[in-house]
Structure formats: C-alpha cells, structure tokens
Design a protein around this ligand. Structure first.
Ligand code: WT7
Length: 641
C-alpha cells in the first residue's frame, strides 16, 4: 500500500503502451525549447507554415509567426488519426442529468456537420472573423458545437459559465462588446429546471447584444422576443452542412476567457490560434496518454479553461471521445459519477480535488460495487490535492493501478504546464511533479534568487514560456503588466502561486500568494467579493478572507462594518443576495459577520491576514502595530472564538 511521501511509478504494462515513456525527453526538450515546440507544431496541419518560431518583446511574446491554421481543420478534415478512421467514432457522449432521459452520441461526422451548419448560421446573422460571440450554455453538445462553429469562422468566443449570474454575464458582454449571445431555454440541476433565458435577458440589457440564439434544451416556458430571439434548431435547418474553414493567423485572437479580477472587474485572458492549438494537442496527448479508443471524462464545465482545453479541444484534436455531463456528480444518488464511468466505459477521468473530497465524505460503501475496470488514468486539477485525498482516489477509484496526474496550470497558461507524465512518473501524493518538457519553471524568493530544495517561494515561468499562454488581458494592457510582469521584471512570468521542490525536483504547489481564493476549485478574488458587498448602501466597509473547508478547500468569510438599524439576519441575507446577484452561487460565503470595526494598520490598510488567522488557529502576531488593536477582541467575540 502506498503511503504519504512514497513515490509511485507506472506499471510495466502502462509504461510499455505509453506514448511517452523515456525520461530523456526532458533533457532533449530543454536543450532548445523553441526548436522542441517547433518540432511538435510541425505535426499539426497548417495552411501555411510559420516564418519565425518565437519572438519576445517583453512583456509580450509570440509563437509561430506568420503561420496559418484553423483548429477545426485539425479536429476534422486533417485529424492526425485520419478522417476515415474517426468519421464514425463518437466524438461526444452526452449524459443528461435526468436518469430517465437517454444519453446522446455525436460521431465526428455528425459533429462536423452540426458545426458547419451553425458556422453558416452565424455567418448568415452577420458574424465575421474577429467578432466576439458570447456563449452562455449548460453542458449540452450545442455548447461544444457553438465553440467550434466560432473557431471555424474565426469568431472570438467568450464562454460564460452558466451558473454565473446575469450581472457577471453582463459585464463580460460589455467588455467584449459581443453582438450575439448563444444561450438555452433552461437546463437541469439537481432535479430542478434552471431558467437560463431569463438570466440571459437580464444580462443583455445595456450591452451591444442584438441577437440571441436559443437552444431548446429543457422545454420550459421562457420569455421570447421575436424581433431579437431565434431558435437554434430553426436557424440551422436551412443551412448547408459544409463551411470552409477560415485561415487564421497563428497570432489571431482565438478566444477570450475571463477570470476573476481584484476590483470586481474580471480579466479577459486572450488566447491565440496557433500556439494554443499546439499546446492543447500535445499536452493532452502526453499527459492523458490519449490513445485512439480512449473515452475521456473531464468533469469541468466548458465555461472554465479546463473545459475549453481538456473537455473540448484537446480530446477532439486527438480524435478521441469526450464525455460531457449536464448535472451534478452526486445527483440523484451519490454514486452517479461512478455509474457514468461504468455506463460509458470511461478510460480517463479528470476531476477536481473538491469533487474527490465529496466522494470521500460519502464513504467507500457507496462505490464498493464498482470495479472501474475501464479506467486506466486519473487526473486532478484546480487546487492542491492533499495526501489523504490523493491516496483515497488512488485506492478507491484507480484501484492502485491507475497513475494520477496532478496537473498544475491556470486560465492564463491555456494548457497544463506542470505534472508528472503518466508513462514516466514518479507520482507523489500532493506533488504536481515536473514541468512539462520544454517548459522552464523556477521557484524564487522575494529577492529573485532560486529557492533551495524544500524552501517555499514564488512559482515563475521563464522564457520562452509556452505557446498557449495568454497574450494579454482584453482591453486592459496595464492589468497584464501589473499582474504578471511586475514582481520580477518583464521577462519573468509571475504565477501568484507559492511552491517548493522536493529532493527529486518534484514541485508541490502550496497555494495562492495573492488575494485569490479557490472555492471548490473556482477562482474568486476576495476583492471581487468585497466590491459586491460594498454595493450595500449601509455597509461602510468589508473584508473577505478564505478559510479552510473540508470539502470546498476554502470558503469565503465576509466581515462587514454595519452601523444601521436593521436586524443582523436581515443584513446578512442582503449581503448574500448581493453576492448571488453580482457573481453567482459559486461565491456564496460560509458566514457573514457584522462587526464594529476591522483591524487596520496605521496607514489604514485592512489586515485580512489577522482575520484569516482567527479561523486557522495560527498565531495572530504582533497586534500593537495596529491602529485599532481592540477591534480584534471585538471580532473574536462576534465569531465566538
Ligand atoms: C489556479 C488557477 C488549471 C485550470 C483550472 C484552474 C490553482 C490549479 C492546481 C494543482 C495546486 C492548482 C493554482 C492556480 N491550481 N491546478 N494541480 N495543484 N493548485 O484554473 O481558475 O485559472 O486557477 O488554480 O492556484 O494559480 P484557474
């Protein structure tokens, strides 16, 4: 039995079949990372080859300059496995939430036709190369079809997670100035129908959206404005099932995906056509060891980068089958996820620690009758996975047979950058592993010196970075410079993660060093929450901190300074509703505390660190430097500590 601190290597059998099993790949790649990526890029289909592989004008960089490519051509006509071979194979398996409803399969050929029909539809509605299209859809095949249709014609997609509030959608539509929004009538969540169209209608007020395309999913009653709204199924009916792919420049904008920002204004990460395609194709192939007959279930919603890269693009580029599931993994029974793995013969399962911790909580009893014989590889993403959760996953899901790839990356990096490769290993509980071949990573102290083994520092990425990394933050270049390129200068990308290396060079991610908290794997800025709370007219100040939680990893605790006359409960509900309205249910706090005052330095800075330590049990440190040390005693009373 594997224990904490042990190293695990793939079985001989796994190694023999693995796409990458020779550790020499690391030295080879690092000798000349640019050449290495060029060699990988050459294996894809380009309408025109690039003229220059890499260009660095700090803090900006480009890859494969002058190359012409389209990701959908690489998925369909020119798929590396050969069109004949994949044509009749399932590209998408869709599992709806209601157990009484049958799952749906789309073969590559069917998917291609649907994508073309919808691409032509978008064109008919006036969408051109470079236009932005908003996508606000549940986990249904049309979400993937919409993304690919945009990619086909060179429209820039901005996918917004369907559980985000209308306010959160609105701000994203405003920033991107999208003229078209693709949404659905509704979808199922824990047995209930969520009316998505209502949120969409609310969101598009005060935006440039002129047309709304509505997919009929749940058949629920929705508001429908004939002058602006169109049914998806009616639109595609009259369109041809072939659409020529737009020849995209390697550095043309491919998509914008927003991630939470400090002040309540989200940051739009800009990803480009060439580099992203190369990186997601190869990282997927090597890290998930994608073989022809694999069925991958990446549980991430398409609204996150994990969904973009490893639910949609990477498996399809590799010609394998991707499974998408509409509902919650523990609905209607706690073993729903296990049923799905067995029903659809999933071979690769990629999920988040928060989901695994939930499975742990339900207990082994729930899955004791599942053998998971088809599984051969497991993955984890989104937040640090602690040793005991790792070991539980390894034993109860992987049956001590499947390697676990603990993959570190970010919305910004586009694809996975740190993880052990499954055919090489070693896998060590709670450690992500080595940087992907060709990726230069370091861990630096505050002064910029490399940290020694075991010494905690800041994780950074060094030139030439990676082809799939962001090229900027949409309409906000200052944010780009300030967030990533100011800590250690404009040639070193600052990840905002703390990490250390063990004696084997395996990297362990400790967690964010900025004001981002990971709530059930979702990235939320405490500042963003504070901005939402501060909209309350009677709240003069607020502070949000993340505190450890058994299932969600971290949860927000909200402190508000309230001096009005309402009852405490009423104010708390108002705060919760503000967060729900501004962001969505993923950001809901565990608790809202009404306090007299917040601890501050003499210069007026709120000491969030102290608030956090009240929950973690750490030493509070020297309080005498505070302008108002008595505030801490008062807060202790309020929270009952
Ligand atoms: C942040 C990025 C990566 C796609 C999904 C999340 C944390 C991510 C790991 C991991 C420890 C991880 C980091 C990172 N994170 N993967 N394997 N181990 N922490 O993307 O929402 O942009 O969040 O997630 O803190 O900076 P994201």
């Amino acid at each position: 039995m594997l224990k904490k601190g042990d190293l695990y290597y793939p079985t001989k059998e796994f190694q023999k079949r693995a796409i990458i099993s020779d550790p020499k790949i690391y030295q080879k790649a690092l000798k000349d990372p640019i050449k290495f990526w060029e060699k990988l890029a050459k294996e894809l289909f380009w309408f025109e080859k690039w003229k220059k592989a890499f260009e660095h004008q700090p803090p900006y960089f480009k890859w494969f300059l002058g190359g012409k490519i389209n990701i959908t051509t690489n998925i369909f006509e020119e798929n590396k496995l050969g069109w004949k071979k994949i044509k009749n194979k399932p590209a998408i398996i869709w599992e709806p939430e209601p157990t009484g409803e049958s799952s749906k399969i789309l073969t590559y050929e069917e998917l291609f036709k649907q994508v073309c029909k919808f691409a032509n539809t978008l064109k008919s509605l006036g969408v051109k190369k470079g236009d932005t299209v908003g996508i606000y859809l549940p986990m249904i095949p049309e979400a993937i079809i919409s993304m690919l249709a945009c990619a086909r014609i060179g429209a820039v997609h901005t996918v917004v997670f369907s559980a985000f509030s209308s306010q959160a959608l609105k701000i994203r539509l405003q920033i991107t100035e999208a003229k078209i929004l693709i949404t659905a009538d509704g979808y199922y969540r824990r047995g209930k129908i969520i009316n998505l169209k209502e949120s969409a209608d609310e969101a598009i007020k005060d935006t440039k959206v002129e047309k709304v395309i509505v997919v009929k999913r749940a058949g629920n009653q929705i508001p429908f404005d004939e002058s602006r709204d169109f049914w998806y199924h009616q639109l595609i009916e009259k369109e041809s099932d072939f659409c020529e792919a737009e020849k995209m420049d390697s550095e043309d904008l491919f998509f914008v995906l927003f991630t939470s920002g400090t002040t309540g204004v989200p940051k739009g990460c800009m990803h480009v056509c060439g580099g992203y395609t190369v990186q997601v194709y190869w990282t997927g192939k090597w890290i998930f060891d994608m073989h022809e007959n694999d069925i991958l279930w990446c549980t991430s919603d398409l609204g996150w980068i994990t969904g973009h890269s490893y639910t949609c693009y990477s498996p399809l580029l590799n010609g394998i089958t991707t499974l998408i599931f509409e509902g919650a993994p523990d609905w209607p029974t706690p073993d729903r996820w296990a049923q799905i793995i067995e029903k659809h013969k999933v071979t690769i399962f990629y999920t988040a620690p928060t989901a695994i911790r939930m499975f742990v909580k339900y207990g082994e009893e729930v899955i004791k009758n599942y053998k998971f014989e088809t599984l051969r590889l497991l993955g984890s993403v989104g937040e640090p996975i602690d040793e005991s959760t790792w070991l539980w996953y390894f034993k109860n899901v992987g049956k001590e047979r499947c390697p676990i790839v603990d993959t570190w990356w970010q919305t910004e990096t586009g694809g996975i950058l740190i993880t052990s490769l499954p055919g090489i290993g070693p896998f060590k509980p709670a450690h992500a592993g080595l940087p992907f071949p060709g990726i230069k990573i370091d861990i630096l102290d505050e002064k910029g010196n490399s940290c020694k083994v075991g010494e905690k520092g800041n994780l950074v990425i060094l030139p030439p970075f990676s082809p799939g990394m962001l090229r900027g933050t949409y309409k906000n270049p200052e944010k780009y410079k300030e967030t990533y390129w100011s800590q250690y200068g404009d040639k070193i990308y600052f990840t905002s993660d703390g990490a250390f290396k063990d004696e084997n060079g395996l990297i362990r991610i400790v967690g964010r060093v900025d004001d981002v908290i990971k709530v059930a794997g979702h990235r939320i800025c405490t500042g963003e929450l504070e901005a939402a709370v501060n909209l309350h007219e009677e709240i003069t100040e607020s502070a949000v901190v993340g505190v450890p939680d058994e299932i969600k990893g971290e949860v927000p605790m909200v402190f508000v300074v309230y001096k009005g006359k309402k009852r405490g409960e009423e104010v708390k509900n108002e705060v919760i509703n503000l967060i729900r309205k501004q962001i969505g249910p993923i950001a809901l706090p565990k608790e809202v505390y009404l306090v007299e005052d917040l601890p501050k330095t003499r210069s007026g800075k709120i000491m969030r660190r102290i608030l956090k330590r009240l929950f973690t049990g750490e030493e509070l440190g020297d309080l005498s430097t505070l302008a108002n040390p008595e505030s801490v005693e008062n807060i202790k009373k309020v929270i009952g500590k």
